[in-house]
Design a binder for this molecule. Structure first.
Ligand code: GLN
Length: 313
């Protein structure tokens, strides 16, 4: 066991309780009604290293849905299905500085493709690229890929969250129709694309799953436990770059300055982060700040990254 890991083990419990105080200023997401049931005061973190080391502190028994965190991994699968050229014909590479569900920039860019794959519009375009004959087959391919990365063959869609989102997703529906008008989803059935998108957002995980998925990214696409290359290194490089520039929505700049690690958040309060070459990290804290990121989760990651000088910059 290295010194850093030992120190982490000793200090994490106090850091977590300090960060937990921040949950009081956050709000659990409620625009997807089912998400409003999450415990606002919860905070948990799991770290995995590449030698079977696991550190888990706080409310790590909590299960939650991936939401926007899934977008990183559907991007990887779409890249594996179509290569860079195929994917970047449908989605751009630039941060927006706007909310994750914004429509503002959809009309402004030539040729009308979404700015990046981590905003909703971009992720919906990416969902349309996943290979499969039916929405069920596409969803199953996505779930199988996530199971492999997370090292758990039991990952499933949380049906209640999926139903709750599909019934209330007026904004995402309008984004998808906008994309169809722009030719990005020209040949697609909107409801079928949205079914795939809502279902991958509704896959249920724990902090341990996030940490395992992040660890594969930290090791450039290789599962350090099995030694298998699960994702080509180049695609992981692309995903990590998007995580830095757009992973924390329109708070990505501040997060890069304060934490300095590739990360992706979701409105369920999850954050997946990684220390390149070293650790995969999963955090959950359902109380969100106004940008839609876990308020206590961001604070905890900032505390740890600062203490160990983990910033990549
Ligand atoms: N499923 C959610 C949505 O489309 C994901 C958004 C998020 O986590 N920011 O609104």
């Amino acid at each position: 066991m290295n010194g850093e890991w030992k120190e982490l083990e000793g200090r994490l419990p106090a850091w977590l309780e300090e960060s937990r105080k921040r949950t009081a200023s956050g709000k659990v997401a409620s625009y997807i009604p089912e998400l409003a049931n999450a415990p606002g005061e919860a905070l948990g973190i799991t770290l995995c290293d590449g030698h079977n080391g696991v550190l888990t502190v706080g409310d790590c028994g909590l299960h939650f849905t991936l939401q926007s965190i899934s977008k990183v991994f559907t991007l990887l699968l779409a890249l594996m299905d179509h290569g860079e050229e195929g994917v970047f014909a449908k989605v751009g590479m630039e941060p927006t500085g706007d909310n994750f569900n914004s429509m503002l920039k959809l009309e402004l860019v030539e040729p009308g493709i979404p700015f990046n794959p981590l905003i909703n519009a971009g992720a919906i375009a990416v969902s349309s690229l996943i290979k499969g004959a039916t929405p069920a087959e596409k969803t199953e391919r996505i779930a199988a890929f996530f199971r492999e990365l997370a090292g758990d063959s039991s990952l499933q869609v949380n049906e209640a969250v999926y139903q709750s989102e599909t019934k209330t997703a007026h904004r995402n529906r309008s984004l998808a129709y906008f994309l169809k008008a722009n030719g990005v989803l020209e040949h697609d059935d909107i409801e079928e694309v949205l079914e795939v998108y809502f279902k991958h957002c509704s896959i249920e995980v724990s902090c341990m799953h996030l940490a395992r998925m992040a660890l594969v990214l930290a090791y450039d696409g290789k599962d350090p436990q099995s030694g298998r290359q699960l994702v080509p290194r180049r695609y992981v490089q692309i995903a990590k770059t998007f995580m830095i520039t757009c992973g924390m929505y329109n708070e990505s700049g501040a997060f890069a300055i304060r934490v300095g690690l590739p990360a992706k958040s979701g409105v369920s309060g999850g954050i997946l982060a990684l220390v390149p070459g070293k650790y995969g990290i999963g955090v959950v804290g359902p109380a969100l700040n106004p940008k839609g990121n876990s308020t206590a989760g961001v604070h905890l990651l900032e505390t740890i990254s600062t203490a160990f000088d983990w910033s990549m910059f």
